[in-house]
Design a protein around this ligand. Structure first.
Ligand code: V47
Length: 361
C-alpha cells in the first residue's frame, strides 16, 4: 500500500490513529511538516511547558552475565574495570543526591550473578528508610527478568518483593528494539520482548507506573521503530501505566556493535515527532539529552518532545559509550537552557506532578 502524503497529514490533523504502514510513511514526510504536526499535538497538551526533574542516576554494578553488543557499560574485555558498590556506598550517593535537591534516584544495574537478590533489593530498602520522601525508580524489566529467573520467582512474586522493598516506579530500560530478529542480534539472551511487555503489564496492573525506552540508530530499520512504538501503544491501551516514551539515541563508543551508518539529526528529530504522533495514549515524550545531545533535545521541544529528563548528576551506562552525561547538568543551567529556547521550565516529580513552574526570571 502506498500511503499518500496528503491523506496522511489530514489523518494526523484529525487525530486519527495510524498503523504500521502509515507510521513508516510518516518518515517520508519532510521534516518541517512532520515537526509542525507533532508540535501541534504537543502544544495542545502542554503549551510551552517543558518538564524536567531533579534526579540522580545510580548504577551500582557493571558486572553482567549478559553480553549486549551495544553496551559499553558492562565489564568486558573492552572495559576490564569491574565494580560493585556496597550498600553503604549506594546510600552515601543517595544522601548526597538528597542534599543537592534530588527528588528521585534512578537506579539501574547490570545483571550481576555474583551478588544475591538481597543486594539489589536491600539497597532500595535502605534508601527508603533513610529518605522516605525520595522516589526510587529502579529495576528495568531486564533486571526484573534476571532476578526472577535466577531466584526461581514468578514475575508476580518478584513484583511483590519490589513493592515491599520500596521501589516506587520502574524505568523504561531494557526495551531496546522489540523486533525479535534485531533483538536476537544485538542482545541475545536478554529478556524477550514479550516478557519485557509482560513485566510492565503486571507492574501496571498493581496500579504502578513506568516508562518505556527504544534504543535506535544502530542496525534497526525504520519499520522496526514503528513496530516497537505500536507494541507499546497496544499495551498502553490495556493498562494506561506508561508515563513517558524515551527514544534513546545509540552511542557508538567502546562496544561490540558494528554500525555502518548513524542517524542524522533530521532522522532523530523525525523519530521524536513520529513517536508523538503515533503514541497518542502515552502522555510524555522524553528527549533524553544524555543521548540526543543537549542541543538536539532543546530542538526536539519543537518536534513533539515535552520532557528533557533531568539533572542526572552522574550516569555511567550511556556515558561509557560516549554520551555527555557522566556529570549531569546543574539545575540553574537546565532551567536557563529551557527558558532560553523559548519554553517554560517545569520541575516535576517522577509521576509528572508539577512542583515548580519557572515562569519568571
Ligand atoms: O536499557 C545501553 C541503554 C538503557 C547504550 O525510564 C544505551 O526515565 C545508547 O533506560 N547507547 C538504560 N543507549 C537507560 C534507560 C533510561 C535512561 C533515561 C531515562 C529512563 C527513564 C531510562 O541505556 C538501556 C539501554 O537501552 N543503552 N547502551 C548505548 N551504547
Amino acid at each position: 500500500m502506498v500511503v499518500a502524503a496528503k491523506e496522511l497529514i489530514e489523518k494526523v490533523k484529525a487525530g486519527e490513529r495510524l498503523g504500521q504502514e502509515e507510521g513508516e510513511a510518516l518518515y517520508d514526510l519532510d521534516l518541517m511538516t512532520l515537526g509542525e504536526l507533532a508540535d501541534g499535538i504537543r502544544k495542545a497538551r502542554y503549551g510551552r511547558k517543558s518538564f524536567f526533574n531533579v534526579n540522580r542516576h545510580i548504577n551500582p554494578t557493571n558486572v553482567c552475565k549478559d553480553i549486549c553488543k551495544f553496551c559499553a557499560y558492562s565489564a568486558s574485555r573492552k572495559n576490564p574495570n569491574q565494580y560493585t558498590l556496597t550498600h553503604d556506598e549506594i546510600l552515601a550517593i543517595a544522601d548526597e543526591a538528597v542534599e543537592r535537591g534530588a527528588k528521585e534516584v534512578h537506579i539501574v544495574s547490570a545483571h550481576n550473578p555474583e551478588v544475591g537478590i538481597d543486594w539489589y533489593l536491600g539497597a532500595f530498602r535502605k534508601i527508603k528508610e533513610a529518605h522516605p520522601e525520595l522516589h526510587v525508580k529502579a529495576l528495568t524489566a531486564a533486571e526484573v527478568n534476571f532476578l526472577a529467573e535466577s531466584n526461581g520467582l514468578s514475575y508476580d512474586e518478584m513484583i511483590d518483593r519490589m513493592v515491599e522493598s520500596g521501589v516506587d516506579s520502574m524505568p523504561g530500560g531494557g526495551a531496546e528494539i522489540f523486533d525479535e530478529e534485531v533483538r536476537d542480534y544485538i542482545c541475545k539472551g536478554k529478556v524477550s520482548s514479550e516478557n519485557w511487555l509482560e513485566i510492565h503489564r503486571k507492574w501496571h496492573q498493581r496500579g504502578r507506573e513506568s516508562n518505556a525506552t527504544m534504543l535506535f540508530g544502530h542496525v534497526e530499520k525504520r519499520a522496526h521503530r514503528i513496530d516497537h512504538m505500536l507494541r507499546l501503544r497496544n499495551l498502553q491501551d490495556e493498562t494506561g501505566g506508561f508515563n513517558a516514551f524515551i527514544p534513546l539515541v545509540y552511542q557508538r563508543q567502546n562496544n561490540f556493535l558494528k554500525v555502518e551508518e548513524f542517524p542524522t539529526a533530521q532522522e532523530i528529530l523525525k523519530t521524536y515527532a513520529i513517536s508523538r504522533i503515533l503514541l497518542d495514549n502515552i502522555p510524555h515524550i522524553k528527549a533524553y539529552w544524555a543521548t540526543s545531545t543537549v542541543g538536539l533535545a532543546l530542538l526536539a521541544q519543537e518536534f513533539g518532545a515535552d520532557d528533557l529528563d533531568g539533572t542526572i548528576q552522574k550516569e555511567s551506562i550511556q556515558s561509557a559509550a560516549g554520551a555527555a552525561s557522566a556529570h549531569g547538568l546543574p539545575l540553574e543551567e537546565f532551567v536557563a537552557l529551557i527558558r532560553n529556547s523559548g519554553f517554560v521550565p517545569v520541575e516535576r516529580d517522577s509521576l509528572y506532578n508539577e512542583l515548580k513552574v519557572y515562569d519568571e526570571e
